[in-house]
Structures are given as C-alpha cells and as structure tokens.
Write a protein that binds this ligand. Structure first.
Ligand SMILES: CC(C)(COP(=O)(O)OP(=O)(O)OC[C@H]1O[C@@H](n2cnc3c(N)ncnc32)[C@H](O)[C@@H]1OP(=O)(O)O)[C@@H](O)C(=O)NCCC(=O)NCCS
Length: 169
C-alpha cells in the first residue's frame, strides 16, 4: 500500500448519496461517461439516471466523499426476475474522479455496495460495460466477476436516404 492510498483511506467516507449531492455526482459522471467512453447509445449518462436510481433504491446510491468533495459514486438497484427465486443486484454506474483513480476508491465503493446488497438478500450481482473498457473489466474481474456474456447492439439509420436502388414495380 503506498503513501497516497494510506492518506486517502484516512479521510475517505463512503456514505449515502443525498439530494444535495445530485449536481456534483452528475458533473462527475459527465467527465467519466462521455461519448468516447461508450460508443453504443443503449445507456447514456443523464440526470434521470441519478434520480431514477435514487427513487428506486436510495440505499444503493453511494458517494465517496474525500474532505467534503465527491470523488466517486456507485449507483445500483435490485431486480427480481420472473421464474427466479433469486434477487439480483444491478450495479449500473460506478465511477471515480480522473486523476484520483487507482488509489483504492473504487474498491471501497464496491465493497460497501456489495455489503448492502448482501443485507438486502441479493444472491448475484450483474454489471455491464463496453467490451473495450479494459480498466473497468479488470476492476470487475478483481472483484470476482466472471461468466462474461457477449451481447450485440445494432443500429438502423432511418435518416439516411436509400440510394442507388430502383424501386420494384
Ligand atoms: C473502474 C473504476 C471505477 C475503478 O476505480 P478505481 O478507484 O480507479 O479502482 P481501484 O483503485 O479501487 O482499483 C481496483 C482494481 O481495479 C483495477 N483497475 C483499476 N483501474 C485500472 C486501470 N486503469 N487499468 C487496469 N486495471 C485497473 C485493478 O485490478 C485494481 O486493483 P489493483 O490496484 O490491486 O491492481 C474507475 O477506473 C473509473 O471510474 N472508470 C471509469 C468509469 C467506468 O468505467 N466504470 C465502470 C463501468 S460503470
């Protein structure tokens, strides 16, 4: 453990997100979840992500507070599937401020959300992220995630004119 990690651990507080934190969390998410971060548009970062997840389960919306500044957050919810007795935890967003990553803040956020999910009776946690998010995938692998399943996203551009093909009579 290096000196930086020790200093952060001493002052880092993983706590419930409050309504007053929404703006700070939103702006931090804007820095992290840019269009370069995710080329697919199936899930984009916007203010509704925060309010919807907070309304669904505020116990699973946490921030990492370092000297009264939010340097990370995790937003999650639980899912009950029909025909399954299991309760699933869905970790939707986790992020740590650029420049202060790789110092154990993500680990602290994840450990606390996992503890809370266990308390809620969650049997399995699910996550999704872009296939080229190497840091994210390494992070989840370190925490024991596996059983990677590939999913294909496709688009059809309806604004594009159909060219070069005569219509059939
Ligand atoms: C993923 C993320 C939350 C990790 O937070 P973090 O505070 O940097 O993570 P930690 O310092 O606790 O690192 C924990 C482990 O994650 C892995 N990891 C984190 N950053 C990494 C990087 N840049 N490259 C490779 N592995 C990395 C390592 O296995 C690390 O363990 P180690 O230090 O013992 O090797 C952070 O990188 C982030 O905000 N990324 C952008 C948003 C994102 O991709 N979120 C996930 C999908 S929602």
């Amino acid at each position: 453990m290096d000196k930086n990690t020790i200093e952060i651990e001493n002052t880092l507080d993983i706590r419930d997100m409050s309504i007053d934190d929404f703006a700070e969390v939103f702006h931090l998410g804007e820095q992290l979840f840019t269009s370069e971060y995710s080329s697919s548009m199936y899930r984009t970062w916007d203010e509704y992500e925060i309010t919807t997840l907070y309304n669904s389960d505020s116990d699973l919306c946490l921030v990492a507070d370092l000297d009264d500044e939010i340097v990370g957050f995790v937003l999650a919810t639980t899912v009950d599937k029909t025909n399954s007795a299991w309760k699933y935890g869905y970790l939707v967003w986790i992020g740590v401020r650029p420049g202060i990553q790789k110092k154990g803040i993500g680990d602290s956020l994840f450990n606390e959300i996992k503890k809370r999910m266990v308390e809620q009776g969650v049997r399995m946690i699910i996550i999704d992220t872009d296939a080229d998010n190497e840091a994210g995938i390494r992070f989840f692998n370190k925490h024991g995630f596996g059983n990677t399943q590939k999913h294909v996203y496709m688009t059809l551009n309806l604004a594009k004119k159909t060219m070069g093909r005569k219509s059939r009579k």
